[in-house]
Design a protein around this ligand. Structure first.
Ligand code: MOS
Length: 698
């Protein structure tokens, strides 16, 4: 971009306290430096509320508005210069003086907020009389999304209008409306453009402080400004999956029929915002039992605010519940699948609603057969291969089927091609590919004649690109728009005396490869191109609409069963995944290759969650110790062996007109507990803290 400047954020080197001074004299004297902004010289910003966004309740971080430091790494200044190197150098020369206080970053040493609760029956009393009782506490480490592409923003002002190119999973309400609210300008004065997202996993579901910093720096310097967070800065400049402490008690009879469960859950959040996620749902509806009590409390700490990360809430709950089920199966001497079948509900036990579809039994059955589950010796530590202890484990998976209101625009041009637009994102699931499939099917066009564009706030609005809802939401809006356009073309043809389709019943007209034809007489017809050209119509167009998922009549979720075989080095405690197989009931699969890409990616993420990923905070100053990809471990190719997913051939017409149930989230749910259960089977050692590292197994 002509005249672009570069911004580099200076982050706080204390975990809590006040800024007592900022010395920018050396930094601003460097060649090429255009500005150094901090709370001392930055203008006050309106920071109006943005209720339609994903911002959690609270008071969002206001960049450079006061002297408070709320967490280690908080942006406290920004250096703007004509080159990246000059900006980096200037940022390193900014001296910030602090009055430091002791931060609290440990979940167990701080008071919790009032919990969110749920109860049916009387779980505590029922536990007292249960024939079999288990009481466990599980802990999950903080996980960071770590997409390959860092968060990055380019901001440019043209008069009072702001254009931002940003990494975001929600160009409209997430970023456009947020920037309008922060700067106190109209929504129409902000345009957000985000055609590509190089991985997100949820980290782009809201607007982060650096995007505001870029826009502010651009306004103050009168130049377009580019700001890229470093890998280190991603750890506190965006969000993460929070630390959890999850106490579970379960009661059953001797035959494994569950009678009660209690869930006492604590999760970290920041001191300035209360982030919560759907961690309660699985405990309410995965298994049939009369008594459930849940309490989910956030603990405000001196940390930056968490955000949803792939399989949010459900992945956490499933790790605990599915591990606990495995513990119960072992205690009772019942096969883990059989135990789950004995507690499979006929309707949703939390709402009494029928399931739109729930084919978990088939998932178990197909998975057990394909994996060879029943060949296992159920006794832990019973199988060896040289130095390696071999174990198998399984877990169920569930994720809510949702859908956000969405709109899409479809335009069929006289040349017989179509343009589809919707302000959604593609962070990797293949939205660019699957959406034109929907339009091509509905319009009767080939894929190559449909162009799909996304990622611009001037396009028809959608909900966030997250929660496994994009196909259900945007796809349905595209289906609606495409149906309207096709029907308009058919109406035009049957009313046109010059058309071979004149006076044909519209219901008897179909479109194949861009040609309208009589269903039972394909020779009779004409192309879109002929029809529109003859009628001097440059195009036909429609806006399609989707109102959002309706949860009143059915309990709607995707389901899965995950199986894995692990090898644990008996002397070194190293865990290796030998193979993994998952079977999904995810409704209609629009594109099997993209589905496989999602499923395998989810498995890799789950392997990371179970065995490697662990953001470590130093309690002394609140610093993230391993804010880099050398010490924050993720699986690499050598960790990944034989991963396979199977999809039950399905369709869920109650969920949405496309019959899809969502796939991107559920494919991470259930992976980690299957691994934990396999590690127990291999070693006889139950590790209740994630990740399961070698030291815990020695
Ligand atoms: Mo997904 S955690 O909603 O990006």
């Amino acid at each position: 971009m002509d005249g672009a400047a570069y911004a580099v954020v200076v982050d706080s080197s204390i975990g809590r306290g006040r800024i007592t001074g900022v010395d920018t004299s050396t930094a601003t004297a460097q060649p090429g430096v255009l500005a150094v902004l901090s709370h001392r010289n930055a203008p006050r910003l309106p920071y109006q509320d943005n209720p339609g966004s994903n911002n959690p309740p609270g008071r969002r971080l206001r960049v450079f508005q006061d002297d408070r430091v709320l967490f280690f790494g908080q942006p406290v200044a920004v250096a703007v210069a004509t080159t990246l190197e000059a900006a980096q150098h200037a940022a390193s020369l900014v001296q910030v003086f602090y009055d430091a206080e002791q931060p609290t970053t440990d979940l167990t040493s701080a008071p919790a907020d009032k919990p969110e609760t749920y109860a049916r029956g009387d779980a505590d009393t029922a536990l007292g009389t249960a024939q079999v009782r288990l009481d466990m506490t599980y802990r999950l480490a903080r996980n960071h999304h770590n997409p390959m592409e860092p968060h990055a923003t380019i901001a440019r002002w043209d008069g009072g209008k702001l254009t931002v190119w940003d990494k975001t999973q929600w160009v409209t309400n997430g970023t456009q409306v947020e920037l309008a609210a922060v700067f106190g300008i109209s929504q129409s004065s902000v345009r957000v453009i985000s055609p590509f997202v190089g991985g997100g996993f949820g980290s782009g579901l809201r607007c982060w402080p650096h995007t505001v910093v870029a826009a502010l720096a651009a306004r103050e310097t009168g130049r377009p400004v580019k700001l890229v967070l470093s890998r280190r800065q991603l750890y506190f400049g965006t969000g993460y999956r929070p630390v959890y402490e999850y106490k579970v008690r379960m009661g059953s009879d001797r035959r494994g029929r569950l009678t009660a469960m209690t869930h006492d859950i604590k999760a970290e959040t920041s001191s300035y915002e209360t982030f919560t996620e759907g961690v309660l749902a699985p405990g309410q509806m995965l298994y049939s039992m009369p008594n459930v009590r849940q309490a989910y409390a956030t603990v405000p700490l001196d940390v930056n605010t968490p955000i949803w990360m792939r399989g949010p809430g459900f992945a956490t709950a499933s790790y605990v519940i599915e591990s606990a089920m495995d513990e119960l199966a072992h205690e009772l001497g019942i096969d883990p699948i059989e135990l789950r079948l004995r507690n499979e509900p006929a309707e949703d036990p939390s709402s009494g609603l029928p399931f739109s579809t729930r084919r978990l039994r088939e998932c178990y059955q197909v998975g057990a057969r394909e994996f060879g589950w029943h060949r296992r010796n159920p006794k832990p530590r019973s199988t060896r291969d040289g130095d390696w202890l071999i174990g198998t484990g399984m877990a169920a998976a569930v994720y809510d089927t949702g859908g956000f209101p969405a709109q899409a625009h479809v335009r069929l041009d006289a040349d017989g091609t179509a343009l589809v637009q919707s302000a959604t994102s593609d962070m990797g699931p293949g939205t660019y590919t699957s959406m034109p499939q929907v339009a091509a099917d509905a319009l009767g066009l080939t894929m190559t004649t449909v162009d799909f564009r996304l990622g611009d706030s001037i396009m028809p609005r959608t909900g966030p690109h997250g929660g496994s809802t994009t196909m259900a939401s945007v796809g349905t809006a595209i289906l609606d728009a495409s149906d309207q356009v096709r029907r308009r073309a058919i109406t035009l043809a049957v009313n046109d005396p010059r058309s071979p389709l004149h006076r044909v019943d519209p219901d008897d007209v179909i479109v194949r490869k861009g040609r309208l034809q009589v269903k039972n007489d394909p020779a009779r017809g004409e192309t879109y191109q002929q029809l529109l050209t003859r009628n001097q119509r440059s195009h036909l167009e429609a806006i399609g609409d989707y109102a959002g998922a309706n949860h009143d009549r059915f309990s709607m979720s995707a389901y899965g069963a995950v199986f894995t075989e692990v090898a644990v080095d008996a002397r070194l405690g190293l865990v290796r995944i030998r193979r993994m197989l998952a079977v999904y009931d995810a409704g209609k699969i629009v594109n099997p290759k993209l589905a496989d890409s999602q499923a395998i990616g989810g498995m890799v993420g789950g392997i990371g969650q179970a065995l490697l990923e662990h953001t470590v905070t130093d309690p002394r100053d609140g610093r993230i110790v391993n804010a880099n990809l050398a010490d924050y471990l993720v699986p690499v190719n050598a960790d990944i062996r034989d991963l396979r997913a199977i999809y039950l051939n399905g369709n869920d017409p109650e969920a949405n007109p496309l019959g899809v149930k969502g796939l991107g989230e559920i494919v991470l749910v259930g992976i980690a507990p299957a691994i934990a259960n396999a590690v127990f089977h291999a070693t006889g050692r139950r590790v209740r803290d994630f990740p399961i590292t070698a030291d815990a197994l020695l």
